[in-house]
Each structure stands twice: as C-alpha cells, then as structure tokens.
Design a protein around this ligand. Structure first.
Ligand code: NDP
Length: 245
C-alpha cells in the first residue's frame, strides 16, 4: 500500500532584504539575519553578499533595477517580509561649496532610494498582511552636522517617511521604524582624519565607535516578535551621542 507523500516542508525563516549588505553595517545586519535562520537577500551595486545570502545587483537610484531586484528575490526566496533600507552614501562639503549633484545624489540614494524600496516591498507585505520596514538613518539626521546638510536632510527625511508609513500601514500589521546609529567603524568613517576621529570619540558618552554588530542587534530586534508593537520609533545606537533628540 503506497503512503501519501509528505507535503514539502515550508522553508524556514522569513525573507529579509538588506540593501548595501556587502560591507559595513549592512553586512553585519545581513550576517545576523542569516545566523538566526532567515532567508536573506543582499542588494548592492558591486556585489559580494555574505555567505548564506542571495547576492542581487541593484542600484537603488534606478527604479527599474529596484523592481527587477524584488522580482528576482520573490522568485528565488518568496515575498520580502523584512526590508532593511541601509544603502547610503555621503558627499560632504560646506553649503556654499555644495553642488546640485552633491545634494541630489545623496538625497536620491539615501531618501528616494528608501522610498522606492519601501513602496515596492509594501506590495508584497500588504498581501502577506504583515511586514517590517526598517530604515537606517543616522544621529546626524537629528543633531545636524556641519558639511553634511545633504546627508542630514536625507536621514531626517527617513524619520518623517517612517512615521507616515507607520500610520498608513499599521492596520495591516506592517511596522515602520528607524535605527539611528552614531559613529560606526566602517569604510564610511574610515576616511575621517585621526584628529576628527579623536574629536568625535570625545563627544560620545561611551567613548568609542560602535561595532557594526551593535547596530545589527537593534535591527534584528525590530524585525523580531518582541517588537511587534513598536512602530514609528527612532532607535538610537549612538553611544549616547544624540541623547535628548
Ligand atoms: P559603507 O560605505 O561601508 O557601505 C555602504 C553600502 O551601501 C555599500 O554596501 C554600498 O554598496 C551600498 N550602496 C551605496 N550606494 C548604493 C546605491 N546607489 N545602490 C545600492 N547600494 C548602494 O557604509 P556604512 O556601512 O558605514 O553605512 C551603512 C548605512 O548606515 C548608510 O545608510 C549610512 O548612512 C548609515 N550610517 C553609517 C554610520 C557610520 O558611522 N558608518 C553612522 C550612521 C549611519 P556598493 O558600493 O557595492 O553599491
């Protein structure tokens, strides 16, 4: 007598997309999700996802590329349940020297890129009737920083966007939150001079830079069951630098 075959087991973990996950903070975030058994896709322009993650090429300034990346991830892993919009750039210079391109390239990558990702991710989340959207902002978005008007504006914009999405999507069990790191040891901060690094450390109550894994810990918490009732929040991971903002 032949037995009824077992239905295929549902794949374990949720589908998580981390943009900018080939290095720095994004890589640490992607590795943390892989380590907890989620199905992780990483998008970047230059490739190089951590082991265990699906490597997808996508420039977040190109709406067609964002759509194509989601189509690939949906086909390979399933609908994205957790979006971590982490890809970001700086183009620091004082206001009077800031070109239109310095301004628009940073806004287009950091803010409009996150809009494109959230909009596309929400399609699938609405069908699932659940989802977690996490934007990687910066303490600079709340404190301001000389020479970073473009960057600070892009990062502050993420707070308004997250809080609007929290209101729009809350009834469908989709949360939208912001993580605001302080100074983290990555390629982005490696370009600072030793004097600048010393001056920054002196302002941080904990007296040191963050390790990327410390930012990842806040992100995995926001994506987890324990944060189901947290939306529209800005979680600082800044060693106390931005206290009160
Ligand atoms: P890195 O410069 O180390 O990495 C940036 C990542 O973004 C890379 O993976 C890069 O990949 C990707 N990226 C940049 N532009 C694009 C684009 N147009 N399309 C797709 N991917 C892109 O940065 P960090 O890890 O330091 O920073 C990560 C995030 O955290 C950023 O949003 C940053 O603003 C924020 N942050 C960083 C802080 C720090 O101190 N380091 C502090 C506070 C916030 P590729 O070049 O291959 O495309």
């Amino acid at each position: 007598m032949s037995e009824t075959p077992e239905p295929p087991a549902a794949p374990a973990g949720r589908v998580v997309l981390v943009t900018g996950g080939n290095r720095g903070i994004g890589r640490a975030i992607a590795e943390a999700f892989v380590a907890q058994g989620d199905r992780v896709a990483v998008t970047t322009r230059s490739g190089g996802a951590p082991e265990g993650a699906l490597d997808v090429t996508c420039d977040v300034t190109d709406p067609g590329a964002v759509d194509a990346a989601f189509a690939t991830i949906e086909a390979e892993l399933g609908p994205v349940e957790v979006l971590v919009a982490n890809a970001g750039i700086t183009a620091d210079t004082l206001l009077l020297r800031m070109s239109e391109d310095d301004w628009s390239s940073v806004i287009d990558t950091n803010l409009t890129g996150s809009f494109r990702l959230a909009k596309r991710a929400t399609k699938g989340m609405l069908r699932l009737r659940r989802g977690r959207i996490i934007f990687i902002s910066s303490v600079v978005g709340l404190l301001g920083s000389p020479g970073q008007a473009n960057y600070a504006a892009s990062k502050a914009g993420l707070v308004g966007m997250a809080r609007s999405l929290a209101r729009e999507l809350g009834s469908r069990s989709i949360t939208a939150n912001v993580v605001a790191p302080g100074f983290v040891a990555t390629d982005m901060t490696d370009v600072l001079s030793d004097d600048q690094k010393t001056a920054i450390r002196a302002q941080v109550p904990l007296g040191r830079y963050a390790d990327p894994a410390e930012v990842a810990a806040a992100v995995t918490w926001l994506a987890g069951d324990g944060a189901a009732y947290v939306t529209g929040a800005v979680i600082p991971v800044d060693g106390g630098l931005g206290m009160g903002h």
